[in-house]
Design a protein around this ligand. Structure first.
Ligand code: NAP
Length: 243
């Protein structure tokens, strides 16, 4: 294991993931830029390196077993291991996805990336994380995945829009987060979920009200938790998000 902290950020070629990579890089960490498209990946790596970040490209499609296995090998060879995994890659799954008019393909697409992709990447990298002195896993969820907020009466903390693909996929990701935190409770691996807030990115046609840098802040905080920090939690900038 190298002496410098090594992080992998999935979906780091743009949006919130890019800013997470930039923020962790600014701490002096080595940052693997996980991205599925070679051109977008290398462009992001070049921009990060020009800004002084020790970034390297990690070819990574979270829906593909071989790609994820190869990414874990690359981390081992190139960086000597992995300390911090940020599962940021995510998709809406497409449209339509409102109850009563949904296309099941959107549900499948959202779950494939937002849930199964995260499980696939965690399983492949867990052997590396177990060797780290202070390993962290951060799963980029969303407040729309909160069952408490989904079921709140209008006007309270209710989140929208109605969806049977994206929002439930993040609810399942939250459950996955709890399951890994429980399983790893007797290790030094801290596992938490994050909500970046409504952020202006491709995901929402740039309708979000926060900057990608603001959206990245909570993930950076969870990636840099002290050893006695929380595990099995769900956080946004303002504090704990109800499950
Ligand atoms: N924006 C918001 O308001 C908001 C709110 C709550 C939660 N989030 C969550 O924040 C995370 C980042 O989203 P964002 O807003 O920054 O969206 P974004 O700009 O669309 O970025 C999504 C990233 O995920 C990557 N990705 C998608 N499918 C992938 C796959 N199969 N394998 C590897 N990478 C894949 C994309 O790569 P390509 O460029 O190749 O497509 C891109 O790098 C997501 O998990 C999202 O659900 C966002």
């Amino acid at each position: 294991m190298s002496e410098r902290t090594v992080a992998l950020v999935t979906g780091a070629n743009k949006g919130i993931g890019y800013e997470i990579a930039a923020g962790l890089g600014a701490l002096g960490w080595r940052v693997g830029v996980g991205a599925r498209d070679e051109g977008r990946r290398e462009a992001a790596v070049a921009t990060l390196r020009a800004a002084g970040v020790d970034a390297f490209g990690v070819p990574l499609d979270v829906t593909d077993d071989a790609s994820v296995t190869a990414a874990a090998h690359l981390l081992e060879e190139r960086a000597g291991g992995l300390d911090v995994l940020v599962n940021n890659a995510g998709v809406t799954g497409g449209m339509p996805q409102q109850p009563g008019g949904a296309d099941v393909a959107t549900v499948r697409a959202a779950v494939e990336v937002n849930v199964i992709g995260v499980v696939r990447v965690i399983e492949a990298t867990l052997p590396l994380l177990r060797r780290s002195a202070s390993p962290r896993i951060v799963n980029m969820s969303s407040g729309v995945g909160s069952l408490a907020r989904q079921s709140a009466s209008a006007g309270e903390q209710q989140t929208g829009p109605l969806s049977v693909a994206y929002a439930p996929s993040k609810s399942m990701l939250n459950a996955v987060t709890i399951q890994y935190a429980r399983a790893l409770a007797d290790t030094n691996i801290l596992v938490n979920a994050a909500c970046p807030g409504f952020t202006a990115t491709d995901l929402n046609g740039f309708r979000g009200v926060r900057t990608p840098q603001q959206g990245a802040a909570v993930a950076i905080r969870l990636a840099t938790l002290p050893d006695d920090g929380p595990t099995g939690g769900f956080f946004e900038d303002a504090g704990v998000v109800p499950w």
